[in-house]
Write a new protein. Structure first.
Length: 191
């Protein structure tokens, strides 16, 4: 079986992504710009021989996939980090009461810890590595950053180094086509 190539696509803009509010479980629609970004993704992804399309169950992700011309299968493990008590807050608001907070190191009270998201993402990686061909994953900024970190065997904290804009495309694969050499092929391509 050939090794898969995994494309990661972050959803288009929402009101909360534009304002920097942590959006995990809250199911927000795309803004007009987010809808336009989704349609633009159709052109950017054109010509890629896709075999499997997966999406987070959140509206903003699967709507982006639809606007890009795909009919995704919902994959629950692509859901965004559960921010618990920090849902809807900006990093600045969180740091007002917890000055040294870092999502990738500390997680969220009443939400997911770094260990919990690592376990969820590792389970997802097992599924992805069992596929062949080209796979598109439509999801969210923080979970995709953790996915890339874990793909290359790094701890969740490494994800803090991987910035990811809305409607950006990334790809994961394997150096030399070998399953024991996972690699980040491209990152945060936004046009």
């Amino acid at each position: 079986m050939t090794v898969p190539t995994i494309y990661l696509v972050r959803h288009g803009e929402t009101e909360w992504s534009r304002s920097g509010r942590h959006t995990g479980r809250t199911d927000l629609p795309l803004t007009a710009q987010g809808e336009a970004d989704g349609r633009l993704l159709a052109q950017r992804l054109k010509g890629i021989p896709v075999t499997t399309v997966l999406s987070s169950p959140r509206l903003r992700a699967w709507r982006t996939a639809e606007l890009a011309g795909f009919h995704p299968v919902i994959e629950p493990d692509l859901a965004e980090w559960d921010y618990g008590d920090y849902e809807g807050l900006t990093t600045a608001e969180i740091r007002h009461t917890n000055p040294h907070w870092n999502l990738f190191r500390d997680g969220c009270p009443a939400g997911e810890s770094p260990e919990q998201i690592a376990a969820r993402v590792d389970r997802l990686i097992g599924k992805l590595q069992g596929l062949s061909g080209t796979v598109l994953c439509f999801a969210h900024g923080h979970v995709l950053r953790v996915l890339a970190a874990r793909w290359v065997g790094q701890p969740v904290t490494f994800a803090a180094c991987l910035l990811l804009g809305t409607a950006a495309i990334c790809s994961l694969g394997f150096d030399h086509g070998q399953r024991d050499e996972p690699a980040i092929r491209s990152w945060n391509l936004d046009r």
